[in-house]
Design a protein around this ligand. Structure first.
Ligand SMILES: Cc1cc2nc3c(=O)[nH]c(=O)nc-3n(C[C@H](O)[C@H](O)[C@H](O)COP(=O)(O)OP(=O)(O)OC[C@H]3O[C@@H](n4cnc5c(N)ncnc54)[C@H](O)[C@@H]3O)c2cc1C
Length: 254
C-alpha cells in the first residue's frame, strides 16, 4: 500500500529547512522572541517544538530544541529563547542573530505535549521560566479558535522583569476570556504582592489550579527539577497521572 506523505518529512524523516529571521523583540532583558519565515512550513500544533541548527563558517554545527510560541500562521514560526549564561546556542540566538540572517530549522517535533482546541476539558498550565513558551502557544490557539475552554495558568518566575508575554496575557485576562493567570515569584515579588517570594508549592496549585475531581488536562513545562516537583505535587493532590503531560527543557536552570 502506498504510504501517505507527511508534510515536512522525506521518507518518514524530518527535513531541515532554511529559516530567515524577519522580526524580533525582547520579552525580557535576557529573552528574545524571533519570528522566522520558513518557506514550505507544514503547520504545527500548539505545544510542538522545532530543532534549530546553527552552522559556523568553518562547518562546525550544533542544534537545540525550541518550542513554538504561536499558532500555525503560514510560513511563520515564532520562538522565544532565554539566554543561558555560558550557553553555546542561546547567547547567539538572543544577541547575535540579526534580521535577514539564516538558520536551519526542522520540525514540527512532538505529538504528545500538545493541545487541540477541540478538547473541551478544563486545562491547567504550569510554567517555570521559559517553560511558558509552548503553553502560550496553547493559550493563543485557544483564543484564535474562539473557544472558551477554561484555562488556568500558574507561572513561576524569579522576579517581575522575567515575565514573558506580559501584555498579551493581561489583555486576554481582561476580556473575560475564561483565562486565569497566577504568578508565583521565587526571589522578588512586586510591592504589596500577597504571596511572599518562594518556590512553587502545593498551596499555589490548590489556590490557583483545579480540583482533581474537575479532571483537568495538566501541562507542566520548564527546567527539569521544576517539572518533576510540580508533577509530584499534582499527583499527591490526587490528579490522575495519565492527564499530566510534561516537557523538560534541561537542567534546573536556577
Ligand atoms: C523540547 C524542548 C523545548 C525547548 N524549548 C525552549 C524554549 O522554547 N526556549 C528556551 O529558551 N529553551 C528551550 N529549550 C532549551 C534549549 O533547547 C537549550 O537547552 C537552551 O537554549 C540552552 O542551550 P545553550 O546551547 O545556550 O546551552 P548549552 O551550551 O547547551 O549549555 C550550557 C550550560 O547551561 C546549562 N543548560 C542547558 N540548558 C539549560 C536550560 N534550559 N536552562 C538552564 N540551563 C541550561 C547546561 O547544563 C550547561 O551547563 C527547550 C528544550 C527542549 C528539550
Amino acid at each position: 500500500m502506498a504510504r501517505a506523505a507527511v508534510p515536512g518529512r522525506l521518507n518518514g524523516r524530518l527535513t531541515w529547512r532554511v529559516a530567515r529571521l524577519v522580526e524580533s523583540w525582547h520579552e525580557t532583558p535576557t529573552a528574545r522572541t524571533m519570528v522566522f519565515d520558513v518557506p514550505g512550513w507544514p503547520a504545527h500544533i500548539a505545544g510542538q517544538h522545532v530543532d534549530v541548527r546553527l552552522t559556523a563558517e568553518d562547518g562546525y554545527s550544533t542544534q537545540r530544541s525550541y518550542s513554538i510560541a504561536a499558532p500555525a500562521d503560514g510560513d511563520r514560526v515564532e520562538l522565544t529563547v532565554q539566554r543561558v549564561t555560558n550557553g553555546e546556542a542561546s547567547p547567539y540566538l538572543t544577541e547575535v542573530l540579526s534580521t535577514e540572517d539564516l538558520v536551519e530549522l526542522r520540525g514540527p517535533v512532538g505529538g504528545w505535549f500538545v493541545w487541540h482546541p477541540t478538547d473541551t476539558r478544563p486545562v491547567l498550565l504550569v510554567a517555570g521560566g521559559s517553560g511558558i513558551v509552548p503553553l502560550m502557544a496553547m493559550i493563543r490557539v485557544r483564543r484564535a479558535a474562539g473557544t472558551l475552554t477554561p484555562f488556568r495558568l500558574v507561572y513561576s518566575i524569579r522576579a517581575p522583569d522575567e515575565r514573558y508575554y506580559a501584555a498579551g496575557l493581561r489583555s486576554l485576562e481582561r476580556v473575560g476570556d475564561n483565562l486565569d493567570v497566577a504568578y508565583v515569584y521565587t526571589r522578588a515579588a512586586p510591592e504589596d504582592w500577597p504571596r511572599p517570594p518562594g518556590r512553587i508549592g502545593a498551596d499555589d496549585l490548590i489556590a490557583r489550579g483545579w480540583r482533581p475531581d474537575v479532571e483537568p488536562s495538566c501541562f507542566v513545562c520548564g527546567p527539569t527539577g521544576f517539572v518533576e516537583t510540580v508533577a509530584n505535587i499534582l499527583i499527591a493532590l490526587g490528579h490522575d497521572p495519565r492527564r499530566i503531560k510534561t516537557e523538560r527543557f534541561g537542567p534546573n536552570g536556577g
